[in-house]
Write a protein that binds this ligand. Structure first.
Ligand SMILES: [Zn+2]
Length: 117
């Protein structure tokens, strides 16, 4: 009988907190990826095309924070974080997945972070 009373009290105390608009509105949060070395914000999850076990692919980076050799005739170029120069993956100019180019990023090179907008 005592245990039931404790549970009932628990729900009365916590019930309203979980309904407050500040914590339940998902639009306030944005999911971004930062460089694992220098923590520069590199990619936004909304630009992610797909992911597999080793990499995440993005259609573009956030405000040109990465660099690659754009003059190369090769279809695949190494991608670097502009700030710390760490190699983070490959830029693929055009293929069957995305004809406008994609950023194929090593999962170990970026860290997921949730920020408030
Ligand atoms: Zn970096």
């Amino acid at each position: 009988m005592k245990i039931i009373q404790v549970f009932a009290l628990f729900f009365v105390i916590t019930g309203c907190d979980y309904l407050s608009p500040k914590t339940s509105n998902p639009k306030l949060k944005s999911t971004i990826y930062v460089c694992s070395k220098c923590e520069t914000i590199l990619y936004d999850e909304k630009n992610m095309l797909y992911q597999n076990e080793t990499s995440k692919d993005f259609s573009k980076s956030i405000s040109d924070k990465v660099s690659y050799n754009s003059n190369s005739i090769s279809n695949k170029e190494k991608l670097f974080c502009k700030k710390c120069n760490m190699e983070i993956g490959n830029y693929i100019k055009s293929d069957s997945i995305n004809s406008n180019g994609r950023h194929c990023i090593d999962k170990n090179s970026i860290i997921l972070k949730k920020i408030l907008k």
